[in-house]
Design a protein. Structure first.
Length: 322
Protein backbone atom coordinates (compact mmCIF):
# COMPACT_ATOMS: atom_id res chain seq x y z
CA UNK A 1 0.00 0.00 0.00
CA UNK A 2 2.77 2.41 1.05
CA UNK A 3 4.90 1.41 -1.96
CA UNK A 4 1.91 1.94 -4.23
CA UNK A 5 1.44 5.48 -2.87
CA UNK A 6 5.15 6.24 -3.36
CA UNK A 7 4.95 4.98 -6.94
CA UNK A 8 1.88 7.10 -7.60
CA UNK A 9 3.64 10.10 -6.02
CA UNK A 10 6.68 9.65 -8.29
CA UNK A 11 4.38 9.38 -11.28
CA UNK A 12 2.49 12.60 -10.45
CA UNK A 13 5.76 14.44 -9.78
CA UNK A 14 6.97 13.31 -13.18
CA UNK A 15 3.84 14.55 -14.95
CA UNK A 16 4.09 17.83 -13.00
CA UNK A 17 7.75 18.33 -13.99
CA UNK A 18 6.91 17.58 -17.62
CA UNK A 19 4.04 20.07 -17.67
CA UNK A 20 6.16 22.69 -15.91
CA UNK A 21 8.92 22.20 -18.49
CA UNK A 22 6.52 22.63 -21.39
CA UNK A 23 4.96 25.65 -19.66
CA UNK A 24 8.35 27.29 -19.00
CA UNK A 25 9.45 26.55 -22.52
CA UNK A 26 6.39 28.14 -24.09
CA UNK A 27 6.38 31.11 -21.68
CA UNK A 28 10.07 32.03 -21.83
CA UNK A 29 10.49 31.38 -25.52
CA UNK A 30 7.13 32.62 -26.74
CA UNK A 31 8.58 35.59 -28.65
CA UNK A 32 11.32 33.45 -30.15
CA UNK A 33 8.85 30.70 -31.05
CA UNK A 34 6.45 33.06 -32.77
CA UNK A 35 9.25 34.90 -34.58
CA UNK A 36 10.48 31.52 -35.90
CA UNK A 37 7.40 31.24 -38.08
CA UNK A 38 8.34 34.51 -39.75
CA UNK A 39 11.89 33.33 -40.38
CA UNK A 40 11.66 30.01 -42.27
CA UNK A 41 15.44 29.78 -42.71
CA UNK A 42 16.08 29.90 -38.93
CA UNK A 43 13.26 27.46 -38.31
CA UNK A 44 14.72 25.06 -40.86
CA UNK A 45 18.20 25.29 -39.27
CA UNK A 46 16.77 24.68 -35.79
CA UNK A 47 14.90 21.57 -36.93
CA UNK A 48 17.96 20.28 -38.81
CA UNK A 49 20.10 20.76 -35.71
CA UNK A 50 17.57 19.28 -33.26
CA UNK A 51 16.94 16.21 -35.38
CA UNK A 52 20.69 15.86 -36.08
CA UNK A 53 19.87 15.88 -39.80
CA UNK A 54 22.48 18.64 -40.15
CA UNK A 55 25.14 15.97 -39.45
CA UNK A 56 23.67 13.48 -41.89
CA UNK A 57 26.05 13.01 -44.77
CA UNK A 58 26.61 10.18 -47.21
CA UNK A 59 29.79 9.36 -45.25
CA UNK A 60 27.87 8.98 -41.97
CA UNK A 61 25.33 6.63 -43.58
CA UNK A 62 28.11 4.63 -45.23
CA UNK A 63 30.05 4.23 -41.96
CA UNK A 64 26.84 3.09 -40.22
CA UNK A 65 26.21 0.50 -42.94
CA UNK A 66 29.84 -0.70 -42.84
CA UNK A 67 29.84 -1.14 -39.04
CA UNK A 68 26.69 -3.25 -39.14
CA UNK A 69 27.91 -5.25 -42.15
CA UNK A 70 31.20 -6.08 -40.38
CA UNK A 71 29.28 -7.32 -37.30
CA UNK A 72 26.88 -9.35 -39.49
CA UNK A 73 29.86 -11.06 -41.17
CA UNK A 74 31.49 -11.92 -37.82
CA UNK A 75 28.19 -13.44 -36.64
CA UNK A 76 27.89 -15.38 -39.91
CA UNK A 77 31.43 -16.76 -39.67
CA UNK A 78 30.98 -17.69 -36.03
CA UNK A 79 27.53 -19.30 -36.21
CA UNK A 80 27.35 -20.52 -39.80
CA UNK A 81 24.52 -19.67 -42.22
CA UNK A 82 21.77 -21.76 -40.53
CA UNK A 83 22.03 -20.07 -37.13
CA UNK A 84 23.15 -16.67 -38.38
CA UNK A 85 21.34 -13.41 -37.72
CA UNK A 86 21.52 -12.66 -41.45
CA UNK A 87 19.49 -15.75 -42.33
CA UNK A 88 16.86 -14.91 -39.73
CA UNK A 89 16.63 -11.39 -41.13
CA UNK A 90 16.22 -12.23 -44.79
CA UNK A 91 14.67 -15.73 -44.96
CA UNK A 92 11.12 -15.71 -43.63
CA UNK A 93 11.78 -13.17 -40.83
CA UNK A 94 9.76 -13.50 -37.63
CA UNK A 95 7.61 -10.64 -36.27
CA UNK A 96 10.50 -9.73 -33.95
CA UNK A 97 13.03 -9.63 -36.81
CA UNK A 98 10.70 -7.49 -38.95
CA UNK A 99 10.50 -4.85 -36.20
CA UNK A 100 14.30 -4.92 -35.88
CA UNK A 101 14.67 -4.38 -39.63
CA UNK A 102 12.35 -1.37 -39.45
CA UNK A 103 14.27 0.10 -36.52
CA UNK A 104 17.60 -0.48 -38.26
CA UNK A 105 16.62 1.42 -41.42
CA UNK A 106 15.04 4.22 -39.40
CA UNK A 107 18.21 4.60 -37.33
CA UNK A 108 20.80 4.25 -40.14
CA UNK A 109 19.06 7.00 -42.12
CA UNK A 110 18.49 9.06 -38.93
CA UNK A 111 14.70 9.06 -39.41
CA UNK A 112 14.49 7.94 -35.77
CA UNK A 113 15.74 11.34 -34.59
CA UNK A 114 13.18 13.16 -36.76
CA UNK A 115 10.31 11.01 -35.49
CA UNK A 116 11.24 11.35 -31.81
CA UNK A 117 11.70 15.11 -32.16
CA UNK A 118 8.25 15.48 -33.73
CA UNK A 119 6.63 13.06 -31.27
CA UNK A 120 8.05 14.77 -28.17
CA UNK A 121 7.54 18.30 -29.58
CA UNK A 122 11.16 19.27 -28.97
CA UNK A 123 10.86 19.09 -25.15
CA UNK A 124 14.00 16.96 -24.74
CA UNK A 125 15.93 19.16 -27.16
CA UNK A 126 14.93 22.21 -25.14
CA UNK A 127 15.97 20.71 -21.76
CA UNK A 128 19.28 19.41 -23.17
CA UNK A 129 19.87 22.95 -24.48
CA UNK A 130 19.40 24.28 -20.93
CA UNK A 131 22.12 21.91 -19.67
CA UNK A 132 24.65 23.21 -22.16
CA UNK A 133 23.61 26.81 -21.44
CA UNK A 134 23.84 26.70 -17.64
CA UNK A 135 26.21 23.80 -16.92
CA UNK A 136 28.93 24.18 -19.47
CA UNK A 137 31.73 22.76 -17.31
CA UNK A 138 33.79 21.38 -20.22
CA UNK A 139 36.00 19.03 -18.16
CA UNK A 140 37.94 17.70 -21.15
CA UNK A 141 39.58 21.12 -21.67
CA UNK A 142 41.75 20.35 -18.61
CA UNK A 143 43.34 17.35 -20.36
CA UNK A 144 45.87 18.48 -22.91
CA UNK A 145 46.91 15.06 -24.24
CA UNK A 146 44.53 14.14 -27.06
CA UNK A 147 44.75 10.35 -26.38
CA UNK A 148 44.04 10.78 -22.69
CA UNK A 149 41.16 13.04 -23.62
CA UNK A 150 39.74 10.27 -25.81
CA UNK A 151 40.04 7.66 -23.03
CA UNK A 152 38.43 10.06 -20.56
CA UNK A 153 35.50 10.76 -22.90
CA UNK A 154 35.13 7.07 -23.82
CA UNK A 155 35.00 5.86 -20.20
CA UNK A 156 32.64 8.58 -18.98
CA UNK A 157 30.36 8.18 -21.99
CA UNK A 158 30.16 4.49 -21.17
CA UNK A 159 29.28 5.34 -17.57
CA UNK A 160 26.54 7.63 -18.90
CA UNK A 161 25.10 4.65 -20.80
CA UNK A 162 25.12 2.57 -17.61
CA UNK A 163 23.26 5.25 -15.64
CA UNK A 164 20.82 5.93 -18.48
CA UNK A 165 20.15 2.22 -18.96
CA UNK A 166 19.61 1.62 -15.25
CA UNK A 167 17.27 4.60 -15.11
CA UNK A 168 15.18 3.18 -17.96
CA UNK A 169 14.61 -0.01 -15.92
CA UNK A 170 12.65 1.98 -13.30
CA UNK A 171 8.90 2.21 -13.78
CA UNK A 172 7.24 3.97 -15.56
CA UNK A 173 10.32 4.47 -17.81
CA UNK A 174 10.64 0.69 -18.04
CA UNK A 175 7.43 0.66 -20.14
CA UNK A 176 9.38 2.50 -22.85
CA UNK A 177 12.57 0.46 -22.51
CA UNK A 178 10.48 -2.74 -22.57
CA UNK A 179 10.14 -2.11 -26.29
CA UNK A 180 13.86 -2.93 -26.68
CA UNK A 181 13.46 -5.99 -24.45
CA UNK A 182 10.42 -7.21 -26.38
CA UNK A 183 12.65 -8.80 -29.05
CA UNK A 184 12.29 -12.56 -28.75
CA UNK A 185 15.41 -13.30 -30.81
CA UNK A 186 18.80 -11.69 -31.39
CA UNK A 187 19.87 -10.89 -34.96
CA UNK A 188 22.42 -8.05 -34.35
CA UNK A 189 19.99 -5.35 -35.56
CA UNK A 190 18.08 -5.78 -32.27
CA UNK A 191 20.41 -3.13 -30.85
CA UNK A 192 18.59 -0.46 -32.89
CA UNK A 193 15.18 -1.49 -31.58
CA UNK A 194 13.99 1.16 -29.17
CA UNK A 195 11.06 3.35 -28.28
CA UNK A 196 11.06 6.86 -29.74
CA UNK A 197 10.29 8.51 -26.38
CA UNK A 198 13.08 6.49 -24.75
CA UNK A 199 15.44 8.04 -27.32
CA UNK A 200 14.37 11.41 -25.89
CA UNK A 201 15.44 10.42 -22.38
CA UNK A 202 18.81 9.20 -23.67
CA UNK A 203 19.15 12.52 -25.47
CA UNK A 204 18.78 14.22 -22.07
CA UNK A 205 21.52 12.10 -20.50
CA UNK A 206 23.75 12.79 -23.48
CA UNK A 207 23.06 16.53 -23.23
CA UNK A 208 23.94 16.48 -19.53
CA UNK A 209 27.22 14.58 -20.07
CA UNK A 210 28.25 16.68 -23.05
CA UNK A 211 27.70 19.81 -20.96
CA UNK A 212 29.98 18.32 -18.29
CA UNK A 213 32.63 16.92 -20.61
CA UNK A 214 32.65 19.45 -23.45
CA UNK A 215 33.35 16.62 -25.87
CA UNK A 216 35.67 17.30 -28.82
CA UNK A 217 34.10 16.36 -32.20
CA UNK A 218 36.71 13.72 -33.12
CA UNK A 219 36.23 11.92 -29.80
CA UNK A 220 32.48 11.71 -30.34
CA UNK A 221 33.00 10.25 -33.78
CA UNK A 222 35.40 7.54 -32.52
CA UNK A 223 33.43 6.78 -29.35
CA UNK A 224 30.21 6.27 -31.28
CA UNK A 225 31.89 4.19 -33.97
CA UNK A 226 33.46 1.81 -31.42
CA UNK A 227 30.34 1.55 -29.35
CA UNK A 228 27.95 1.09 -32.26
CA UNK A 229 29.98 -1.81 -33.64
CA UNK A 230 30.10 -3.52 -30.26
CA UNK A 231 26.36 -3.05 -29.68
CA UNK A 232 25.61 -5.11 -32.82
CA UNK A 233 27.75 -7.95 -31.46
CA UNK A 234 26.06 -7.74 -28.04
CA UNK A 235 22.75 -8.38 -29.80
CA UNK A 236 23.96 -11.33 -31.81
CA UNK A 237 23.38 -14.97 -30.91
CA UNK A 238 27.10 -15.83 -30.75
CA UNK A 239 26.77 -16.26 -26.98
CA UNK A 240 30.46 -15.57 -26.37
CA UNK A 241 31.45 -15.29 -22.72
CA UNK A 242 34.89 -13.86 -23.65
CA UNK A 243 36.73 -15.71 -20.84
CA UNK A 244 38.62 -13.45 -18.43
CA UNK A 245 37.94 -10.40 -20.65
CA UNK A 246 34.20 -10.92 -20.11
CA UNK A 247 34.76 -11.04 -16.35
CA UNK A 248 36.91 -7.96 -15.83
CA UNK A 249 36.86 -5.72 -18.91
CA UNK A 250 33.97 -5.97 -21.39
CA UNK A 251 30.35 -7.03 -21.05
CA UNK A 252 30.12 -10.18 -23.17
CA UNK A 253 27.33 -11.03 -25.68
CA UNK A 254 26.32 -13.91 -23.33
CA UNK A 255 26.07 -11.50 -20.36
CA UNK A 256 23.92 -9.09 -22.37
CA UNK A 257 21.69 -11.99 -23.42
CA UNK A 258 21.16 -12.69 -19.72
CA UNK A 259 20.09 -9.04 -19.38
CA UNK A 260 17.36 -9.75 -21.96
CA UNK A 261 16.24 -12.98 -20.24
CA UNK A 262 12.48 -13.42 -19.87
CA UNK A 263 13.02 -15.18 -16.53
CA UNK A 264 12.26 -12.93 -13.55
CA UNK A 265 15.24 -14.17 -11.51
CA UNK A 266 17.60 -12.66 -14.12
CA UNK A 267 15.98 -9.22 -14.11
CA UNK A 268 17.98 -6.06 -13.36
CA UNK A 269 21.40 -7.55 -14.02
CA UNK A 270 24.18 -6.64 -16.45
CA UNK A 271 23.27 -3.08 -17.40
CA UNK A 272 26.73 -2.33 -18.81
CA UNK A 273 26.93 -1.85 -22.55
CA UNK A 274 30.72 -1.80 -23.07
CA UNK A 275 32.95 -1.93 -19.98
CA UNK A 276 31.71 -4.39 -17.37
CA UNK A 277 33.27 -2.33 -14.54
CA UNK A 278 30.03 -0.51 -13.79
CA UNK A 279 28.12 -3.72 -13.06
CA UNK A 280 31.01 -5.01 -10.94
CA UNK A 281 31.25 -1.68 -9.11
CA UNK A 282 27.52 -1.32 -8.39
CA UNK A 283 26.84 -5.02 -7.70
CA UNK A 284 24.60 -5.66 -10.72
CA UNK A 285 26.81 -8.22 -12.48
CA UNK A 286 25.63 -11.79 -12.95
CA UNK A 287 27.77 -14.32 -14.79
CA UNK A 288 25.97 -16.00 -17.69
CA UNK A 289 25.55 -19.73 -17.25
CA UNK A 290 23.15 -20.73 -20.01
CA UNK A 291 21.70 -19.80 -23.40
CA UNK A 292 18.79 -17.70 -22.17
CA UNK A 293 15.30 -17.38 -23.61
CA UNK A 294 14.82 -13.67 -24.20
CA UNK A 295 11.80 -11.37 -24.28
CA UNK A 296 9.16 -9.96 -21.91
CA UNK A 297 5.91 -11.28 -20.49
CA UNK A 298 2.70 -9.76 -21.88
CA UNK A 299 4.36 -8.89 -25.18
CA UNK A 300 2.12 -7.45 -27.90
CA UNK A 301 4.96 -5.77 -29.84
CA UNK A 302 5.99 -8.47 -32.31
CA UNK A 303 2.46 -9.04 -33.52
CA UNK A 304 1.86 -5.44 -34.56
CA UNK A 305 3.67 -2.95 -36.81
CA UNK A 306 6.27 -0.42 -35.72
CA UNK A 307 3.91 2.56 -35.26
CA UNK A 308 1.24 0.58 -33.41
CA UNK A 309 3.98 -0.79 -31.11
CA UNK A 310 5.19 2.74 -30.41
CA UNK A 311 1.66 3.78 -29.52
CA UNK A 312 1.21 0.80 -27.18
CA UNK A 313 4.50 1.78 -25.46
CA UNK A 314 3.24 5.35 -24.92
CA UNK A 315 -0.07 4.10 -23.53
CA UNK A 316 1.71 1.79 -21.10
CA UNK A 317 4.08 4.58 -20.08
CA UNK A 318 1.15 6.90 -19.36
CA UNK A 319 -0.78 4.05 -17.76
CA UNK A 320 -3.55 4.26 -20.38
CA UNK A 321 -4.19 0.51 -20.43
CA UNK A 322 -5.93 -1.09 -23.43
ZN1 LIG B 1 17.68 -3.11 -20.51
ZN1 LIG C 1 19.92 -4.97 -25.46
Amino acid sequence: MYLCLVKKGVYYILVFVLLMTIGTMVYSYWDKLTSLWQDPERFKNLVLDATQLSQLTFKVILIGLMLSTAAVLIDLMSLGWKKSGLRRLIINPSGSAKIDLWCYFLSVFKIYEVLYFVLTMGVFYFVAGLFSKFMNVNLSQYISNVYLQFVFVFVLTDFKHYIGHRFMHIRPFWELHAYHHSADEFNLLTTTRGHLVEAGFYYLFTGLFFALLGVPAMSIFLVYGFREFYQYLLHSDVNWKLGIVGKVLLISPAAHKLHHSINEKDYNKNYSTFFIWWDLLFGTYQAPTADYVIGIEDNPYNKVGFLKGQWIGIKRFLKLKD
